[in-house]
Design a protein around this ligand. Sequence first.
Ligand code: HEM
Length: 497
Amino acid sequence: YLLLLLLAFLACASIHVLIIFILGTKKSKSSKDPPGPNPFPIIGNILELGNQPHQSLAKLSQNYGPIMSLNLGSIKTIVISSPKLAKEILHKHDLILSNRTIPDTIRALDHHIFSMVWMPPTNQWRILRRACANKVFSPQLLDSTQILRQKKVQELLDFVNEKSEKGETLDIGEATFITVLNSISNTFFSMDLGHYNSSNKPQEFKDIFFGIMKEAGRPNVVDFFPMLRKLDPQGARARMNKYFGKLIDFFDGLVEERLGRERKLSNDVLDSLLEVMMEDNSQVTRPHLLHLFLDLFVAGTDTTSSTIEWAMSELLCNPEKLEKVRKELQQVIGKDEQQQFEESHITKLPYLRAVVKETFRLHPPIPLLVPHKSEDNVEICGFMVPKDAQILVNVWAMGRDSSIWRNPNEFSPERFLENDVDFKGQDFELIPFGAGRRICPGLPLASRTIHIVLASLLYNYDWKLANGKKKEDIDMTETYGITLHKAQPLQVIPIHA
Ligand code: HEM
């Protein structure tokens, strides 16, 4: 479909093709331009991206090196594929390179104006980041809401138990999506937004989030040719308007109801952020708050649950590693059935932590990070990153680079027992959450959730592949989208341990 649109666009712009071709091919590249494949007139290098842009770009970087320049339609794009250059971009020059290119769907309901994810790193952005650090993700707040998340994990285990007793198949990604959604919605609003499929309740929120991810993840011709913005030829922004509208209306209703209460009752994130909003001269307005919730749910749910699904898939492909995690869990938690896994146990589980790091290395949920944009010309290791260029950091390529990792395609958590490498933004060979000023603020919550859910599933159940499949049959193919998913969902049968 995208190709058809591109061809139609090409035909209409044939005169421009000619002019740009003549001008473009005559203009020699400045010596400081990063290397890259030759662009076609008008469409540039779009066709080189293919269905799996992170993989295609990784292949290209083997020819052109760790800093490449591509033209994606009219968007100049710089692709980074080494820890050294990632550090230059995200650490040394992050003041100039922390703006964003805005996908057209994100303009729905002016989301890009109010959204912390998409606004430039202005004072307003800093205020929102500070509110998040103090009122949403501080260690004290996460400690105090731990009990809520533990309850949600228990509900997941109850659902798994139901499946186990009936001998039914469980879709790990689908089930853990609900757990993560409810963990976040209880931490924020003290309420559930999702239901496991056995409850036969409507899945309104899940459907909205999946709709948003589908629209945001699908290639959109407007993102390559912003001059088509007014036309919205694929109708993507119109559909996004509807999804965003439903969520914003829902969040607004919650805010209205809370403001009408005489006393603070819930002590959750919504109460804390409303306090910030009500301060004198507060720069956190009601639209900021509503769009922040939209950001946090969209950024936090699918990323977290797909990591759990990849980790389970890798462990089922590698049963001896799975056995090693279970042994560690039994040693630390004991075999007492009443004993519940707690977030404080994570520090005592080095092998489980290594499994999570290894999963992030091979399956970073956002393989090219969220695109950055340069505010000015910057020289990086002798190459020029021009003003307004889009910058993609290919963390997927870095995770599979044989000059950094021994046997890079092998799932070997042991490699992380030998060093202190962590994913918190200091070690540039492993940055699934980014690094520098735009590093993911949800990292502490995501990390706690992934460890606790994974540990609880592995500690309480043995796992058998559905449909008589063997470990060799597990399909590890990826589908590119807003998060990197398994193309074939992991279907398993839980057996009570
Ligand atoms: C930004 C990864 C979970 C909220 C990001 C970025 C990445 C990322 C790569 C962009 C960094 C950059 O621009 O350089 C992940 C991964 C997660 C995860 C791998 C889980 C496995 C979460 C959670 C939340 C969250 C649970 C909140 C509930 C955000 C927000 C931003 C962000 C608000 C935008 C920050 C900004 O632009 O200033 N995340 N994330 N993320 N993430 Fe996450």
